[in-house]
Design a protein around this ligand. Sequence first.
Ligand SMILES: [Zn+2]
Length: 486
Amino acid sequence: MTRSKKVIKRRATLKGLGAAGTLTFMGTKPIYAKEKSRQGINNNSIGSGEIRKVLFQKVHTTPFIDTHEHLIEEKGRFTGTEHPRVSSDDWTMVLSHYLNSDMLTTGMPQKDYDKFFSPKIDPADKFALLEPYWPAIKNTGYGQAVCIALSELYGVDDLSKKTVREIQAGYEKVRRPGFYKYILKDIANIESCQVNCLEGTPFMKSAMPELLMQDISIVGMFDGPQFELFGDPTGIKVSSLSDWHRVIDWWFDTYSQYAVAVKSQNAYSRDINYEPIEAEKAEPVFTKRFNKQKLTGEEQKLLQDHLFWYSVSKATEQNLPVKLHTGYYAGQNSMPLSRLLGNPGSVTDLCRNAPDTRFVFMHICYPHYEELITAAKQWTNAYVDMCWSWIINPVAAKDFLKKYLVTAPANKILTFGGDYIPMEPVVGHAAIARRGIALALSELVEDGWLSLDNAVELVDPVMHGNARKIFNLAEKEKNLKNVSWG
Ligand SMILES: [Zn+2]
């Protein structure tokens, strides 16, 4: 491709990402206005030809509905390290999730890692700690998402000793009131997010209810269960299993109309092989647990299984899809790969046990994504969410999407969720996802599996249309419009 073509294509791409909307932000000059290659996006290496031109243009101008994030409330970003999810309120915040895991698995010593994320070290001195490890991790999906964010938000194309001050200045300039909307809507072209709150409440009454829509976190309804967290806000005095059922009912009665889904990450501590257990069988185990007696592994599973299905039946009554973590684990030096092997089989058991429940299996059950495609093909109530997958393994995510689209019904795939606690790297993840979606469709057309028209027709549903339908967003938007806490 010629140089001039490259420039045109990159400009079109940035426009598609909404960068044109960044010319003014909060009445100030643009944060960046450099006319140089933003190598992070790297969409100038997509090859040539009409097919790619059409599909990249379409994907880059189509908004996402972001179906999974852990974003803290914006105001939590202005209290510095008072917020437990803010390690250090400087440029390292952008690397604090998920690239921090690659930093440790590449071999960075814990003491250097701790210093890197410490608020006590001058931000300008922090790159020296990362420098020996940076070449090994900057090309992973986690690393690329960060690089793209630094480029798109601060106009800095490479992280180095020389650029770290500029990055810090950009971080401070961007991170101020209004930056959530600026990053999501103006830069990443995301219409709305779905947040699984990690700030100590099962349902966050967000200050931006229409932008940061919320899941009800159900894991503590059945894992534990977490008596104070779920029980206290209800005012219900709990001493029996039926009282606990009423606590669960309260959460659904109170928040279902505002929530988009329910979410559980229980797969981090066990397989998702929940069996239907009657209340009579669960009652004595509940009493034992309530009286703080130790449960055997078998008893614990029995209680969890019963309460899982109780919670899922409530979600189904309220027309809320059930989002379940499957596959790869966040973090480092902890994941038992053997446990993940059970996930795909359990997925189909869940679908069989509850045909009226819409299950959303998250993260493509990476690395077992072929199995998840077969589940979505076989079971009407199996949906697949690609959230997080583009940065775990960008190439596998692209291959997954190619295979999914010619195997299982296209109305059951959700293609983007950043899965982040900090807002900034969402920009990078969205760019990687757009590149992957455009590549997957282009390759399918080029290889003769899809016509160009059919490929173009898939873009709107997979990027936002399916999410609108699956999560009933028209109704939720109405319910969230004038909420008392908004
Ligand atoms: Zn998540």
